[in-house]
Design a protein around this ligand. Structure first.
Ligand code: 5GP
Length: 109
């Protein structure tokens, strides 16, 4: 698994305040937000994508994402995990986007 900018973030090498931080994952604001609330939840272990991640980590991260969503976006939210080229994944370290704070359109582009 190649190191990425998210590897540096989970190791605390960049000055980013975490919204959530535990032994499995961290959450922090996206630096190019696509909605008023745009948070990334990423595992400490650098799985390339959701296909590589194990069930326990996937379950934990989805749980954390849902809890953050409930707290930060009381009117509702969307969880997204872009995968591979066609999915629009640009950072090869698995992550879940939490988007909310406005009504989101469907289908996505
Ligand atoms: P993807 O396109 O892989 O689904 O999502 C990658 C996300 O990471 C993008 O929304 C992008 O804005 C965000 N991102 C990329 N580099 C950084 C960074 O250095 N800091 C933060 N906070 N977000 C980043």
């Amino acid at each position: 698994m190649a190191d990425t900018i998210f590897g540096r973030i989970v190791r605390g090498e960049l000055p980013i305040s975490f919204l959530h931080n535990d032994e499995v994952c961290v959450a922090f604001p996206d630096n190019a937000p696509q909605a008023p609330i745009h948070v990334l939840i990423i595992p400490r272990q650098p799985f390339e994508d959701i296909i590589e991640a194990d069930d326990q980590t996937i379950g934990h991260i989805m749980n954390v994402a849902a809890q953050l969503g409930e707290k930060m976006c009381p009117e509702g939210f969307r969880l997204v995990t872009n995968t591979g080229h066609d999915g629009g994944q640009t950072v090869q370290h698995w992550h879940v986007h939490l988007l909310g704070g406005r009504e989101l359109g469907w289908p996505p582009g």
